[in-house]
Design a protein. Structure first.
Lengths: 129, 560
């Protein structure tokens, strides 16, 4: 979506596409922000007028990964620390040219496949007394 | 007479045992015959039996320490941390002043590094309790107690006021009993200066897992101590094993004891340098021969709490007390001198002189040379004995004067803050630098601008530390200890070149209190970090390192 698209346009996009976020880019290539379903519902809840441009209620300068990054530790920290469910991936952080996204679910599924969680998290809690 | 070549004797540890050993060696060997080097992280000897008195303001903090350089003329005192000992090569490795590894060859080494505090014995204790092992611990605890009293004095909510004035001391050994007695004395004797606080607002609870306090002394004296302390206002929780500690108090098997202060006097573990040593051990303590030489070694000796030494007097392992450490230090030094002179060594043999314990309220219990004492006379004896055990005359006079002063005048209630002038600044670190070290008092809050850090926690199972989390740009650390006013529960080390914004305690406190969103973020972070650290444990980090980012990228579509 473009930064100049309105709240009304956003509602139509969410209605038409089964996605929980859209990239926002002024020129169609550089990542300027993300508009998530949460951002959209929050704006609706605050009574933002339908003609308000997306730039005013999107997530600006979101955390992102560069495609050349090979280490995933930073992404896992971001997922945990900020509660992100997706992280955009760009070619590099200077150009911010959008490549795609990674999802926390996919990452967790792979981690759990190779690392079992601590026993305390899988055992049934003991009742005291 | 032909002089022997100059020998280098290295002593690791500046406690009672190490200091006595160094002093005896210096007295027995001429400067030209031996070079003596003593490694101790602090530049002073801590007179640990008096730490409780320092907490209770019966003594000033300066009175319980003696500078090693003044105490040990003719001995090279070094404060670098010894990392390891290569017994085969007679070489020790230590961390230099610049953080780089260095080594030193020796002819004889005496290992006297004692024990270190280990609060991880009970869940939550490391995060919420105060240890009492160093003079820094005593200073932090004393300041905390006095600040709790100041808060209580202006608190309108009676329940909160009682919570501020509830002090839980865990452990019914010498240290626990003396600390509970001193805190009780300090708080109750100072109430006349706090008109808003009533006597029954104060609770000092001594929690002990056994049926009786002070297992080392006779049943009659134990009973005397219990009755006397209860009469002075200390609540006893005996047969009560602490299950967990939180910011609100301690959990027992059958209940919860609320309190704004938890002091943990239980839990100790061997020093990492001993843990790493390739030498036979008994429950972590170095096994020695009767003359205190490590088994199978001709020039390596061990004494004090870190050693398991059979006492030839009774055939039993020596207990980990200062009294034994001091005697072992002296005899170990004499045995080293005998070896240098080509004479046979002698086994360690010592008959216990007695036991002394202060229980507060100018009262003590003592067993000395077959006599049992209790009450004021025992307290006076306890003070006299410890006064003359202090290792220098200047300290004896100073401490004696302080004690005499406090018999007449009230205790010092000044609550000294050690914060330096604060500002918000930037700091840079190179990979491997420590920004925070576990156990040190909190003073700053950090926000990462560039780079990554790893959170490293040391435990008995992982003496070298375990990386439990990694944080990157936009993240912050240091908030937990500042908010809870507890020593740092983990170290923070730079993984990459790092730039951080540094905020002093008061600046952080002011912003965190006045800016509600920051307060919410901090609360959420603390909850998340204490509950979910498993997500970034080393196994997960290793798995993440094995994955390629490309495997996870969902390619961009025109509309997602």
């Amino acid at each position: 979506m473009k930064t100049t698209d309105s709240l009304y346009d956003t509602s139509h996009q969410f209605a038409r596409h089964p996605s929980d976020f859209f990239y926002v880019s002024a020129d169609g290539a550089r990542l300027d922000g993300l508009i998530t379903l949460t951002d959209f519902l929050r704006a609706q809840g605050k009574g933002v007028p339908p003609e308000t441009p997306l730039a005013l209620f999107m997530t600006k300068d979101p955390a992102m990964l560069a495609a050349m990054d090979t280490v995933l530790i930073a992404s896992s920290s971001s997922f945990r620390e900020h509660g992100y469910k997706v992280l955009p991936v760009v070619v590099d952080k200077a150009s911010r040219r959008i490549v795609g996204i990674i999802r926390v679910r996919k990452l967790i599924a792979r981690i759990l496949a190779v690392v079992p969680p601590p026993t305390g998290l899988t055992n049934r809690p003991q009742m005291s007394g | 007479m032909r002089r022997m070549p100059k020998k280098r004797i290295v002593i690791i540890g500046g406690g009672f045992g190490g200091v006595k050993c160094a002093r005896t060696l210096r007295a027995r060997l001429r400067n030209g015959d031996a070079e003596l080097v003593l490694f101790n992280k602090e530049n002073h000897l801590v007179f640990s039996p008096l730490l409780a008195d320092a907490v209770g303001s019966s003594l000033s903090l300066d009175d319980v320490i003696v500078p090693l350089r003044q105490l040990l003329p003719g001995v090279q005192c070094r404060t670098e941390e010894v990392r390891g000992i290569d017994l085969a090569a007679s070489r020790l490795e230590f961390e230099g002043h610049d953080g780089l590894p260095r080594s030193l060859d020796y002819d004889h080494v005496v290992i006297a590094c004692g024990n270190i505090s280990n609060l991880n014995v009970v869940p939550g204790m490391a995060d919420h309790a105060f240890p009492l092992k160093t003079v820094g611990d005593a200073a932090v605890l004393r300041t905390h107690i006095l600040s709790q009293m100041e808060k209580a004095a202006v608190c309108d909510d009676p329940a909160r006021r009682r919570w501020y004035l509830s002090f839980n001391v865990v452990g019914g050994g010498y240290s626990g009993v003396e600390t509970a007695g001193e805190i009780n004395d300090l708080v109750r004797s100072s109430l006349r200066f706090y008109s808003y606080i009533r006597e029954d607002d104060v609770t000092v609870t001594l929690i002990h897992s056994r049926a009786e306090l002070l297992p080392e002394i006779s049943p009659q004296l134990r009973e005397f101590a219990r009755v006397k302390m209860e009469k002075a206002g200390v609540t006893m929780k005996l047969n009560a094993r602490v299950q967990l500690a939180t910011g609100e108090g301690v959990g027992l098997k059958d209940g919860f004891v609320p309190g704004g202060t938890i002091v943990c006097t239980i839990g100790s573990t061997i020093a990492p340098v001993v843990e790493r040593l390739d030498s036979p051990k008994e429950k972590g303590r170095l096994l020695t021969g009767p003359d205190m030489r490590l088994q199978g070694r001709a020039n390596a000796w061990a004494l004090g709490d870190c050693a398991c030494i059979i006492n030839a007097h009774d055939g039993q392992p020596s207990p980990p007390t200062g009294q034994f450490a001091e005697r072992q230090g002296r005899q170990c030094a004499e045995n080293v001198v005998r070896v240098l002179a080509g004479e046979p060594t002698r086994p360690f043999s010592f008959k216990v002189l007695g036991q002394l314990c202060s229980i507060g309220g100018h009262s003590a219990v003592a067993e000395m040379l077959g006599f049992r004492l209790s009450g004021f006379f025992a307290w006076f004896t306890w003070r006299g004995v410890y006064l003359f055990k202090l290792p220098s005359w200047s300290r004896r006079v100073q401490v004696g004067f302080d004690w005499a002063w406090l018999l007449i005048f009230p205790r010092d209630l000044s609550c000294i803050k050690t914060d330096v002038t604060e500002r918000v600044s930037h700091a840079h670190y190179v990979p491997g630098d420590y920004i925070i070290k576990q156990g040190e008092p909190p003073s700053r809050f950090y926000v990462i601008e560039h780079g990554e850090v790893e959170i490293v926690r040391t435990s008995p199972e992982k003496p070298d530390g375990e990386a439990i989390a990694t944080l990157g740009p936009g993240n912050f650390f240091g908030e937990q200890s500042l908010i809870n006013n507890r020593p740092r529960s983990a170290s923070v080390r730079a993984r990459t070149p790092l730039q951080v914004v540094v905020m002093g305690r008061n600046v952080f406190g002011t912003i965190a209190k006045s800016l509600a969103p920051l307060r919410e973020i901090l609360t959420a972070a603390i909850t998340r970090r204490t509950a979910g650290t498993w997500q970034e444990r080393p196994a997960v980090l290793a798995a993440l390192r094995g994955f390629s980012l490309k495997e996870f990228i969902e390619q961009r579509r025109s509309r997602c």
